[in-house]
Ligand binder design. Structure first.
Ligand code: SF4
Length: 383
């Protein structure tokens, strides 16, 4: 591969040298490949910035196959930014239920309101305007502006970081600020050598999703293999360099399904923080040397100010979050005779309700709680 001594950009990229001609040829190879192989995804057939924004936010932590049905249902229920802004957060969260990373959903709702208030309902068209919206970072803003308005802005999501790190053999740890800066420079300079920003940005993301995958990249069929420095050095499986993974902690969580006159007690978590705005059964972490039964009694006393007794243990449920894993131990419980629903005082939740078992589906619950529902209904029907 012919390489001149033209640096990519100033000091951050002084160790990566490649000519503009080579970058232009690589961009052409990449976009040609994209035009022949791109998946037909619903958000690629629109220039509507709201649709593109939604797809970009959903794609941040979700696989395309899962995203498509959520994306379509979401737009059917909230076809415009105004309809999303005017909807209660509860109903937006309900539609997001199961997708995880609920801060994305809360930010989407908040940003829809910001667009209504500050931009008269029109999606902004400048990088500053888009980046100022809740939950939108520089890369997502760049993607929306490129895909909706054909404005050339570089991207640097996880897929793009991986492709660039391999292609240009970046061997420093990928989350370091200097490395991120270097990757932004590469993304920007390579984009500048492409003829069509829309296709180039779609193509680099598609390459990361389809060929330059985290493990076992498909270099044999990659349109960039002749220029890939990681492949040349046999480092395609090693790059990008990540921080050594920490051991994922595990927590045992005691959960009380309190039944009173056929209704179940549920509470809504505060909007800020993990699983914010979602409904749940009360409970909490088991402490060291405590039994799980003792944990559920203690948690309810601390959280609701009432005493309960356990009537039945349900099956434990395992669930993994990004940074920790949990096992939920659900218990059917009832209030002790000297306590009534009126004795309950909410400590950590925002609001609470007593609901019929059949009405649970109307509320947005974390996925781990949803796993309890099936057995719960069977047990309640039998009792
Ligand atoms: S050749 Fe392999 S490692 Fe290099 S960009 Fe293509 S898929 Fe990724």
């Amino acid at each position: 591969m012919p390489r001149s001594k033209t640096p990519i950009a100033e000091s951050q990229t002084e160790d990566v040298e490649i000519s503009s001609v080579t970058l232009a040829r690589m961009a052409a190879n990449l976009t040609d490949w994209y035009h022949q192989n791109a998946r037909d995804l619903p958000w690629r057939n629109t220039k509507n910035p709201y649709h593109i924004w939604l797809s970009e936010i959903m794609l941040q932590q979700t696989q395309v196959v899962t995203e498509i049905s959520y994306y379509q249902r979401f737009l059917k229920t909230f076809p415009t930014i105004r309809s999303l802004a005017e909807a209660p957060l509860d109903s937006v969260l309900k539609l997001w239920e199961g997708l995880g990373y609920y801060a994305r959903c809360r930010n989407l709702h908040k940003a829809a309101n910001q667009i209504m208030e500050k931009h008269g309902g029109e999606f902004p068209q400048t990088l500053e305007g888009v980046e100022a919206l809740s939950g939108i970072g520089k890369s997502t803003a760049g993607a929306i502006l490129t895909f909706a308005y054909d404005k050339p802005h570089p991207l640097l999501d996880g897929n793009v970081k991986r492709v660039l790190s391999r292609l240009f053999k970046i061997e420093s740890e990928v989350s370091l600020a200097e490395t991120v800066q270097q990757l932004w420079c590469l993304s920007e300079r390579w984009l500048a050598e492409s003829r069509d920003a829309y296709s180039f940005n779609q193509a680099i993301m598609e390459l990361g999703a389809m060929l330059c995958t985290p493990t076992q990249p498909k270099c044999l069929v990659c349109p960039l293999s002749q220029d890939c420095l990681a492949l040349e050095a046999g480092l395609q499986e090693t790059l990008p360099v990540k921080k050594p993974a920490k051991k994922t902690p595990h927590y045992d969580i005691a959960v009380a399904v309190i039944v009173h006159r056929g209704r179940l007690f549920i509470q809504r978590r505060p909007e800020e923080g993990l699983l914010g705005g979602l409904w749940e059964f009360p409970g909490g972490k088991k402490e060291e040397k405590e039994t799980i039964e003792a944990a559920v009694l203690r948690e309810i006393q601390e959280e609701l100010g009432v005493s309960i007794e356990i009537t039945k243990a349900l099956s434990p449920v395992k669930h993994a979050y990004t940074h920790f894993r949990i096992t939920l131990y659900p218990f059917l419980c009832q209030l002790r005779p000297n306590h009534t629903p009126e004795s309950i005082q909410l400590c950590s939740a925002e609001t609470a309700e007593w609901v019929e078992p059949g009405a649970l589906e109307k509320f947005a619950f974390p996925k781990a709680n949803l796993k309890i529902f099936k057995e719960l209904k069977t047990v309640l029907l039998q009792s």
